[in-house]
Design a protein around this ligand. Structure first.
Ligand code: SAJ
Length: 454
């Protein structure tokens, strides 16, 4: 190991090293906060000056970081948020936490990483450690960072050090956080890995070294592709049980009593979020470059993407029981966020369900106590309706898409309005008006129909 290595290792161990986080979102801000808490001076770089202003005002925009905590970190004087990449001149180790979305045609969009690398090249100096955290396909660290810096004449493992360490932030998870979630890390050389382990070990409880950045990149994608495929599997089982007149939720509850060899997943209206809908597509895209076509990934993606259509078709069957059609029906979607008790709408299946109801001629509205508005496909801002049980009574059908824990399920089910429950949220209520995703539509008898429609 050369002088650069020993100088950086010493600076890390003494916490003299100046760390940097590029991208101060739901991954980068908690990471920067943890680094400052552990005694480091940290530069935070983000292109969005509004974020920088909020940080200086001690106003947290990330659910898992309280404004108090953020204010303490800023008051410590060891956190320097900026939009100016020139700050890279004074840092010893950089963690890159920028988005890796999908393009329109579901291909990886690594443009955010490319922009960061261009700026690193502008302010490049010897002895720096660079760790990419953004979820991406195997080979990204080598292709988009190592090759770029080596083209400038720098030698990896000597002039600069390079790692990949996947982010494992699970927003609103009260049990697991940046510090206590094990962190996988792969280095381009032994010296790179040793420095990566040294710096991450100072603010992450458990660091898991692996033999290369590719192994670390692949591990993250397999973690989330595992979820996508298993969710798709149980979504398919739900549609099968629906066809066979079996309650898939009861089946899953029975199956999960098996103490080994089974892991429950639950059907739903589709999958949302910043990870599960996207990560598998990064993997299948890269695999195609090796002429490997992952049928599991493509099938899972299409099965999960089909669920909003299944929800709307089932709604049609339910309304049919009341001699109504979707067209001209008043439909209320309960919950729009992609998972309970947060307001995050990214890739939320509820948005697709909303658009499909509109396309079918329904008058559709939504209620979500967390996600208060969104822009629909036409760019129109749609606002959540107020919580008003009298008003809820007037809808022809309600569709529970997100099972927020603060909804009054008893009051809602007592309204007698037909409900399509896509999350088994009404499981403790026996009502002829509650229809489950993954179970057949029970017929409303004539007498009952008059009662409800009349
Ligand atoms: N979903 C189902 N059925 C299930 C589980 C999830 O339909 O059995 C749906 C959810 O409703 C949601 C989507 O899938 O719309 C994604 O749900 P998620 O629980 O995977 O939540 P995410 O997207 O926040 O995933 C994150 C991931 N964390 C990271 O990538 C660091 C994922 O790896 C975690 O496993 C997950 O949180 C978690 O366990 O909460």
């Amino acid at each position: 190991m050369n002088k650069q290595y020993h100088n950086l290792l010493e600076a890390i161990e003494s916490k003299e090293a100046v760390l940097c986080v590029v991208g101060l979102g739901y991954v980068g801000l908690p990471l920067a906060v943890e680094m400052v808490k552990q005694g480091f001076k940290v530069v935070g770089i983000d292109l969005d000056s509004r974020k920088i202003d909020k940080i200086y005002r001690g106003e947290s925009y990330i659910h898992d970081i309280s404004s108090n905590t953020l204010n303490e970190v800023v008051q410590s004087g060891r956190f320097i948020p900026t939009t100016d990449y020139a700050a890279l001149r004074d840092v010893d180790a950089v963690s890159i936490c920028v988005p890796t979305p999908l393009s329109e045609n579901q291909d990886p969009d690594t443009s955010y990483i490319v922009t960061v690398v261009e700026n690193i090249k502008r302010y490049m100096r010897k002895g720096i450690l660079i760790t990419l955290e953004s979820t991406t396909y195997p080979g990204t660290t080598e292709e988009l960072i190592q090759r770029e810096l080596e083209s400038m004449g720098y030698v990896v493992g000597e002039d600069f050090f390079l790692c990949f360490s996947p982010e494992r932030v699970d927003p609103s998870n009260s049990k697991f956080n940046t510090f206590n979630t094990p962190k996988v890390i792969g280095g381009t050389t032994e010296a790179c890995l040793a420095l990566g382990v040294a710096v991450y070990s100072r603010y992450v409880e458990t660091v898991v070294p692996v033999s290369s950045p590719k192994v670390a990149e692949m591990s993250k994608l397999i973690e989330n592709t595992f979820r996508s495929v298993n969710i798709a599997f149980i979504n398919e089982m739900a549609m099968m049980c629906d066809r066979m007149g079996i309650d898939v939720w009861e089946v899953i509850d029975a199956a999960k009593t098996k103490p080994f060899g089974f892991m429950p997943f639950y059907p739903g209206p589709g999958i949302g979020g910043h990870c599960i809908p996207l990560d598998p597509m990064y993997l299948s895209w890269k695999a195609k470059g090796f002429r490997f076509y992952s049928q599991f990934i493509e099938l899972a993606q299409s099965t999960n993407d089909n669920m909003p259509y299944y929800v709307v078709n089932k709604t049609s069957k339910i309304l049919n029981e009341y001699a109504k059609s979707i067209k001209k029906s008043n439909i209320l979607i309960l919950g729009m966020a992609y998972k309970p008790d947060i307001g995050d709408l990214r890739e939320s299946p509820g948005l697709e369900v909303y658009e499909l109801y509109k396309d079918s001629g329904a008058a559709v509205e939504y209620y979500d106590p967390y996600a208060t508005s969104f822009k629909d496909k036409a760019g129109v801002t749609v606002h959540s309706v107020e919580y008003d049980l009298e008003k809820f009574k007037t809808y022809d059908c309600m569709v529970l898409v997100t099972n927020h824990t603060n909804l009054d399920y008893s009051a809602i089910v007592s309204l007698g309005v037909p409900i399509l429950d896509t999350r088994n949220a009404f499981k403790e209520f026996k009502s002829p008006h509650v229809y489950k995703l993954g179970h057949s539509v029970q017929h409303v008898d004539e007498q009952e129909e008059v009662l409800v429609v009349g």
